[in-house]
Ligand binder design. Structure first.
Ligand code: GDP
Ligand code: ZN
Length: 458
């Protein structure tokens, strides 16, 4: 298949200092060789690295000193010839190199086009391709290992197993429809179908359960610190965002890059909401009254509700509890170093089962307990990050939910002793839906839509 040669700046994960221009396609070697001065790149061994100088061929002007990796098809990420030009002069020089190869025959890659080619050439399946995208976006180590795991194909493998079970079941039903005279076979089939459908449904449900954690790991838990003025919100913010824990991340996807603050608490990424400028103007939080707190609540998954232990519970405090009622709340009774005026029975009553932690932020007491409570809220002690296959992709979640519905329909029909060919329709539908997760039977437009979300150069 003839493929034009694409090029883009592709900076590898975790190696921000080195900039790479990557080319992929039939002409990748010729184009690179055309602008490379020291040797003939078209007849070097595959998977080797070459030091040299890039020149403007017409004028022989030197453009850049580079290291060039040559990787010949098919053992490459895209299964096409790939050339990677490593530049060490930062963004200006890497841009010059990109312009050079674009002037000499390469086309600028569309976002995600490298990964799209890897998919179209059968190098990776769709859920692995989406994992590459998640990897680019992942914010913490936990999110990173989740994305890597998915790229490994663990989710794909699980989905394949489930589909295998379903296809065997369908085969069984077909035999049965072809030989309806064996009544006892029918009964067995009905029982077997029920078991299989129930098993697959159980697996689908446990994948869906991991989706919540997956989303959180990728995007961070939207966290709002609320409370009356002077209870210690800014102090808590500063402790959580202590410099060695804070990660400041640029979030792509909006017209201008938004800066958000991420705090990593025991592997749980908190995305602190409404914190813009807090470090510069120490007292901005103080000005956030109950009204502002209510607004922050709308974006939040987790509420840290701070009370002052040095004074009795007020109506204002109760109003905040009321506003946060349907959300995950952790109550912090602060200033335990001062005389306690708050009635803990009142606090526990209004907390309605939410964890209550006592702290003295000024003396850094109770911070461990608070961090533990945050971790517990999201991992329930049950998520073992070592060997869970997470589902963290919106499209996967929707497909799994639809598969769950189809399985419920199948089970209902079985319960009502409906004809088996009706059941088979639902089973086949489940099989198709699961197939879409790993990219079988997906339409071209869906593929285009998915890959256009990728960062350039991947
Ligand atoms: P905010 O208005 O809710 O943001 O509260 P701040 O964090 O600005 O704290 C208000 C005041 O309470 C400041 O003077 C803090 O030093 C003080 N403060 C915060 N936490 C504690 C604590 O645990 N004990 C005592 N004694 N004072 C505290
Ligand atoms: Zn990007």
């Amino acid at each position: 298949m003839e493929q034009d040669t694409i090029a883009a700046i592709s900076t590898p994960l975790g190696e921000g200092a080195i900039a790479i221009v990557r080319l992929s396609g039939d002409e990748a070697l010729e184009i690179a060789n055309h602008v490379f001065s020291h040797k003939n790149l078209t007849d070097v061994t595959s998977h080797t690295i070459h030091y040299g100088t890039l020149v403007e061929p017409e004028t022989a002007d030197k453009v850049e000193e580079v290291m060039v990796s040559v990787m010949k098809a098919p053992k490459t990420f895209t299964r096409e010839d790939i050339v990677e030009i490593n530049c060490h002069g930062g963004m200006v020089s890497v841009n010059r190199v990109l312009q050079l190869v674009l002037r000499h025959g390469a086309r600028l890659a569309e976002p995600g086009e490298f990964t799209k080619r890897a998919f179209l050439n059968g190098r990776i399946d769709l859920s692995q391709a989406e994992a590459v995208m998640d990897l680019i976006r992942s914010k913490t180590d936990r999110a990173m290992s989740l994305a890597l795991k998915q790229m490994d194909g663990r989710l794909s493998q699980l989905i394949r197993d489930l589909r295998q079970q379903l296809i065997e079941t369908v085969a069984h039903v077909e035999v049965n429809i072809d030989y309806p005279e064996y009544d006892d076979v029918e009964e067995m089939t009905n029982e077997l179908l029920k078991q299989r459908a129930q098993y697959v449904k159980g697996e689908v449900q446990s994948l869906l359960r991991t989706a919540k954690q997956g989303k959180i790991l990728r995007e961070g838990i939207g966290t709002a610190i609320i409370g009356k003025p002077n209870v210690g919100k800014s102090s808590l913010m500063n402790i959580l965002a202590h410099d060695d824990k804070a990660i400041v991340t640029e979030i792509p996807g909006t017209t201008r890059d938004v800066i958000e603050e991420y705090v990593n608490v025991r592997g749980v990424p908190l995305r602190l909401i409404d914190t813009a400028g807090i470090r510069e103007t120490e007292d901005i939080v103080e000005k956030i009254g109950v009204e502002r707190s209510r607004q922050a609540l709308q974006d939040a998954d987790l509420i840290l509700l701070v009370l002052n232990g040095n004074e009795p519970l007020t109506e204002e405090d109760r109003a905040l509890f009321e506003a946060a009622r349907d959300l995950d709340v952790i109550v912090i009774v602060n200033k335990t170093d001062l005389e306690q005026q708050i009635n803990m029975d009142d606090v526990n009553e209004v907390a309605q089962g939410a964890p209550v932690i006592t702290t003295s932020l000024i003396e850094e007491q109770g911070i461990d307990e608070l961090e533990q409570a945050i971790a517990d809220t999201f991992f329930d002690g049950e998520v073992d990050q070592g060997d869970l296959t997470y589902v963290s992709n919106v499209r996967h979640i929707q497909l799994l939910e639809q598969a769950q519905d189809a399985l419920n329909d199948a089970l209902e029909s079985l319960e009502m002793d409906m004809p088996l060919d009706l059941v088979q329709i639902d089973i086949t539908r489940t099989w198709e839906l699961l197939g879409e997760i790993i990219g079988e039977d997906v339409s071209d437009s869906l593929i285009d839509q998915l890959f256009s979300q990728f960062c350039l150069g991947k």
